[in-house]
Design a protein. Structure first.
Length: 364
């Protein structure tokens, strides 16, 4: 089967969950004998590799306007891909729903991963939120296979639109430390820091983590990896911290360094409160870290009783961090419970088979 993957920034995965999913699925589908082409956002890959892990890579531009980047890149990708006559398409991001009518013709099979409820994100203006609500309604009516990555999102589509969807979550692979000396560039050591890896957006709560940590009595540090492509007052609020224990390294794309940061953290803070099954949460669990997660259904569905939860309150998060500091002997068992959950429910090989079934006309 000839498969196109569009709607992400591309591979190698350097940004977020869509990209990681595209890479993990694409490489496995290619290994299973399918021809896989990923359409990359041109500006993100100035080196322009043509092949990666068995996948062909093609490039399409995007308008450098925040509200139009995703849609314009997907449109240009579709224009480039249509003459190739791919048998099946995997499309990511609910924003792209109105464009799917361009490819849903003939015998092409389309699998559409809508991700979370994007209109809930604080970064969007009223116009942006309205567009995402519109795109969601369009998606619910399309004659395509819709994939929802959490049971909660699946239930939402069923309840609101009467639309059946295929539940297929993201995955994660077990990880262990290989070279902890890489941590020295940040002046940290194994077990000496809390970690959060996220985009600096209100619904991910990195500023809440800063405020909680600033009042925490500890010699450990807080490493807050990530940032925002656009300057915002929220991002500036994080950067304004005067606490010398808080380390802000920006975005990190080096996989070896990210692995060491994750596998050697004392505990992982997961502040995301919008969306479905979050890849960063899965990766922290796969690394056996104790997780303190924002108390929302999406996170509880994944983490279960393998971690702790906090409300949208700096004092509550600080109390959970203080509990971890006071009970270090209890954290390894909780971390191993999380690792076991990922191994049994969020395996990329199993996930690939479920996507393949949808692409070939079966059920995911």
């Amino acid at each position: 089967m000839d498969i196109a993957i569009i709607g992400t920034r591309g591979v190698p995965a350097r940004y977020g969950g869509f990209e990681t999913c595209a890479e993990e699925l694409g490489r496995r589908l290619a290994a299973r004998g399918h021809a896989v082409t990923v359409y990359n956002r041109k500006a993100f890959y100035p080196e322009h590799p043509q092949f990666y892990l068995g996948m062909a890579i093609r490039y399409a531009p995007a308008l450098k306007v925040r509200a139009l980047e995703t849609l314009s890149h997907t449109l240009f990708s579709i224009v480039a891909a249509l003459p190739k006559r791919h048998d099946a398409w995997i499309v990511f991001n609910s924003a792209n729903a109105p464009l799917l009518r361009l490819i849903r013709s003939g015998r092409r099979r389309v699998v559409f991963n809508v991700d979370g409820l994007e209109w809930q994100r604080g970064k969007w203006s009223a116009v942006g939120k309205s567009y995402y609500r519109f795109a969601e309604r369009v998606a619910a009516k399309l004659p395509v296979e819709i994939v929802t990555d959490s049971r909660a999102i699946q239930a939402y589509f069923k309840e609101r639109y009467g639309r059946e969807t295929a539940y297929i979550p993201y995955g994660a692979a077990p990880a262990g430390s290989r070279d902890s000396s890489l941590l020295s560039r940040f002046g940290i050591e194994p077990g000496g820091y809390f970690l959060q890896v996220t985009r600096f957006e209100p619904e991910n709560n990195p500023l809440l983590s800063v405020r909680a940590f600033e009042g925490l009595d500890t010699t450990k540090k807080l490493v807050l990896v990530g940032g925002s492509k656009y300057r915002t007052a929220y991002r500036d609020g994080i950067a304004a911290t005067k606490d010398p224990r808080i380390i802000l390294p920006g975005f990190i794309y080096d996989r070896d360094l990210l692995r060491e940061l994750l596998t050697n953290a004392f505990a992982y803070i997961h502040g995301n409160e919008v969306g479905g099954t979050n890849p960063a949460l899965l990766e922290a669990m796969a690394a056996g870290r104790f997780v303190i997660a924002r108390d929302v259904p999406y996170n509880a569905e994944v983490l279960g009783e393998a971690g702790a939860y906090f409300g949208k309150d700096a004092d509550d998060l600080r109390n959970k961090m203080a509990w971890a500091l006071a009970n270090p002997e209890k954290l390894p068992a909780l971390g191993e419970k999380g690792r076991a959950i990922v191994a049994s429910r969020y395996n990329w090989d199993d996930i690939t088979l479920r996507y393949e079934a949808l692409l070939t006309g079966g059920s995911g």
